[in-house]
Design a protein around this ligand. Structure first.
Ligand code: DGY
Length: 324
């Protein structure tokens, strides 16, 4: 059996595949493959281990209907046309759970970086501007005791809430479609409506997946309901906020700051005005980018492939091809 990986993946996943007698070919060029290259590689293999931002849409899937499995090296699967994959009998899997801590840590980092204008101060040093300092210039804000609003209190959102409660005794409110009573107990969290989340959060952190319902949910109307002192954090998917509306909300003082690990589009253009704002911190989608986490993700992605090749139920299905 043969697997093609769209990126060079961590050793631990490769070792599992090798141990199972699976031949692996990796795309090692530092550029996105063309569609034609991708189809050609898929045709030479029985499975795809996928990392990267490309859409896995119906035209691509139709060329690759022979694939036994597409194993995603991510928890998110908004880039995949699941309906088409299911109709074509292609199993799709993801890597849930193992990246919750690293991704929440990254949101926590962004919250603090924005609150203390850390990226802006770093830029001032690089620009030779660490000179005369005034006790009233370029001040940040405290986080202690403030209200954290979580949109999407699942695995990652819960870790973010735990971190914020433990470190800063923050009050936790959250908005989910359904109540998360276990988290309410553990975090003393309060379930609120979306409007209440907007109106009451000092820090509003997004941890939901990108779906037609969540797409550009943070737009002009949403930002207008937030506090002028609020910090908006998005460590989930860039498509959940409307980036032009976010820029306008920051420029007009409707909200105070923003920390983004994900942008809309990705990669962000270097001329984007967000990069010049003192109360904005942007990272290049590195939520899960630690050695430990990426190794764990590669192991899970490999285990999904091995199970599929052995005709076993895959551990992390995101579509249910056998139910058809
Ligand atoms: C994930 O796993 O979904 C991360 O955001 C990387 O895409």
């Amino acid at each position: 059996m043969k697997v093609f990986t769209t990126r060079v993946i961590p050793e631990e996943g490769l070792a599992l595949l090798a141990h199972a007698g699976i031949t692996v070919t990796q795309w090692s060029e530092p550029r996105e493959m063309s569609l034609e290259e991708m189809i050609a590689k898929c045709k030479e293999n029985d499975a795809l281990l996928f990392a990267g931002g490309r859409k896995i849409d119906r035209p691509l899937l139709e060329h690759c209907r022979h694939l036994k499995i597409i194993s995603l090296l991510s928890v998110g699967y908004d880039n995949v046309d699941l309906k088409a994959a299911t109709e074509l009998g292609i199993q799709i899997t993801n890597t849930p759970g193992v990246l919750s801590n690293a991704t929440a840590d990254n949101a926590f980092l962004l919250m603090l970086a924005v609150a203390r204008k850390a990226f802006f101060h770093h830029k001032r040093i690089l620009n030779g501007e660490w000179g005369f300092s005034s006790p009233t210039a370029n001040l940040g804000v405290d986080i202690e005791g403030k209200t954290l609003g979580i949109w999407g209190l699942g695995n990652i959102g819960s870790v973010m809430a735990q971190r914020c409660r433990a470190a800063f005794d923050m009050k936790i409110i959250y908005c989910n479609r359904h109540r998360n009573e276990a988290a309410e107990k553990a975090l003393d969290a309060q379930w609120v409506s979306f409007d209440e989340l907007l109106e009451q959060s000092d820090v509003l952190s997004v941890h939901t997946s990108l779906t037609p319902e969540t797409k550009e949910k943070f737009d002009k109307a949403a930002f207008a309901k937030m506090k002028p002192s609020a910090i908006f954090i998005n460590a989930a998917r860039g498509g959940i906020h409307h980036e032009t509306d976010l820029i306008a909300a920051l420029e007009t003082g409707q909200i105070w700051g923003a920390g983004l690990d994900v942008t809309n589009p990705e990669p962000m253009h270097p001329d984007n005005p967000l990069l010049q704002m003192p109360t904005v911190a942007v990272l290049p989608h590195i939520g899960s980018a630690t050695v430990e986490t990426r190794n764990a993700m590669s192991r899970i992605a490999a285990q999904n492939i091995i199970a599929a090749f052995q005709g076993q139920p895959v551990p992390n299905p995101v579509n249910h091809i056998y139910a058809l």
